[in-house]
Write a new protein. Sequence first.
Length: 230
Amino acid sequence: MLSAVVFDLDDTLVDQRTAARRAVVSWARSLGLPDDGVAQRWKDTSDRQYARYQRREITFNEQRRFRVRELLGLTLTDAEADELFAGYLTRYEAGWAAFDDAIPALRQTRAAGLTIAILTNGDEAQQLQKLDRLALRPEIDLMIASSSLPAGKPDPRAFEHTIERLGVNPDEALMVGDSYEKDYLGARAAGLQAVLLDRDDAHTVPEVPRIRSLHALADLLVDDVVTTPR
């Protein structure tokens, strides 16, 4: 019997990708850098360095510094890198926005009598700030950030800790997220049910329960089991 739904946060409930893209373009302009390709380069280095942080090879602050140094191609002290990153961060935080379907989906889930958790590969302080800014915190029961765990998704320990905190068995929880590797495969490997949120129809993996919008989540909360690929 399904007892809980675990949501990813960034690019599932919150449009992180758009906030990051707009922030880095504006930041790059302020530094006199050309716009051409800067958003993709920033995404590539961010993904690479953040993965290192999730494996605990570097700290949260170190991954920020490595991103700045790699994008700018400069040798910077920690203080210089931190100061430069702050110019990006203020723009990024100003761009935070929840998807239109986020709060309705959370309320539908709660109306179905299910416990709501968020499992995010973000920094706890920043993610709590995001929840408060976007009025999402009252809509959830529990948030677990990877910064408080030995490793982030898709490491099974992240899901196991979440299930333990929720007090449910793995097969009683459904993971909803936009990453095939981190959210879907990670959850399935830990024994949870899972559905892939594919807003842009960008994933080509077959035979995976999939939704294009969180508005469609209610259709999957039938018979307490996700059974049909969509």
